[in-house]
Design a protein around this ligand. Structure first.
Ligand code: AMP
Length: 281
């Protein structure tokens, strides 16, 4: 595996890969990898000649400085996990990505005011900034993201469409712990009890999915999910919403004509966790 640290390194590597006519699959991450990340690399490997990943804890997407400070970092272990999955890893320093504070700002209309956008002001501007920089440097044929960050995926779809990035986006399913909790680098910050309690997030989502399937009533399902979470004092609910899985606006139609997403955000042990389920019919 080649380790690339500078823009010069990455340009040289990409140039040689492109010259040999090989396709590039790209997986951006913030490191502290788990099986969820590895599944993205596995998909990239299946569908491309060369797989490049990146590890960069992007300061501009953290609206909470404490979360940035406490974000787990574990580069050596990450590289060990990727031994057979990545051909090259781009691990830039902060000044490499931000030689100056960007003046350019992204806005995403209503998409940045709902759910994550509403609770994490500036977050999607930071995500879009770093992903655009990485797409420009790496120029991948395909890029791989997780459904866990569904709204992030819709934001990245928007920049690809609006700015003509020549990259095919792939959304990969959520990989879960055996207790149902969606894998996340932040899970490392949970206590043992918190880890067990957090398994109820998926239970609440499944309960709401069942109510939707039986009643076809989004309000009823939302109310039942909120009641379920209110009964677990260690889970502090931020939002539970049922939305159109494409637009992410509140779902008016849960009759099965369009895919819907049941989305959760909340706190356990002072750690912010998100999860979702997409129902197709
Ligand atoms: P992060 O390192 O948290 O920025 O995540 C990097 C990528 O991994 C993002 O596209 C995430 O959506 C994806 N990801 C994170 N957790 C999971 C998971 N449990 N299953 C699948 N993909 C995930």
């Amino acid at each position: 595996m080649k380790l690339l640290g500078t823009k010069g390194d990455i340009k040289e590597f990409i140039h040689s890969v492109k010259n040999s006519g090989k396709t590039i699959g790209f997986v951006p991450t913030m490191g502290s990898l788990h099986e969820g990340h590895l599944s993205l690399f596995q998909n990239a490997k299946k569908e491309n000649d060369i797989v490049i990943g990146s590890i960069f804890v992007n300061p501009t997407q953290f609206n909470d400085p404490n979360d940035y400070q406490l974000y787990p970092r574990n580069i050596e272990q990450d590289l060990e996990m990727l031994k057979n999955l990545a051909d090259a890893m781009y691990i830039p320093s902060e000044t490499e990505i931000y030689p100056q504070k960007p003046l350019f700002k992204f806005t995403f209309g209503e998409l940045e005011t709902i759910m994550e956008g509403g609770f994490r002001p500036g977050h999607f501007n930071g995500v879009a900034t770093v992903v655009s920089k990485l797409f420009n440097l790496i120029n991948p044929d395909s890029a791989y993201f997780g459904q866990k960050d569904l709204q992030q995926f819709r934001i990245i779809e928007t920049i690809v469409k609006d700015l003509f990035f020549p990259v095919q986006l792939n959304m990969c399913p959520i990989i879960r712990e055996s207790n149902g909790l969606a894998m996340s680098s932040r899970n490392k910050r949970l206590s043992e009890e918190g880890f067990n309690v957090a398994s109820s997030i998926y239970k609440g989502l499944l309960l709401a999915a069942e109510v939707v399937e039986v009643t076809r009533n989004a309000n009823e399902a939302t109310n039942q999910a909120k009641k379920f979470f209110a009964n677990i004092p260690q889970i502090k609910l931020e939002y539970f919403q049922i939305v159109d899985a494409e637009t992410l606006f509140p779902a008016n139609d849960v009759k099965g004509a369009k895919p819907i997403a049941l989305c959760f955000a909340g706190w356990v042990d002072n750690v912010r966790l998100i999860d979702n389920i997409i129902l197709f019919s």
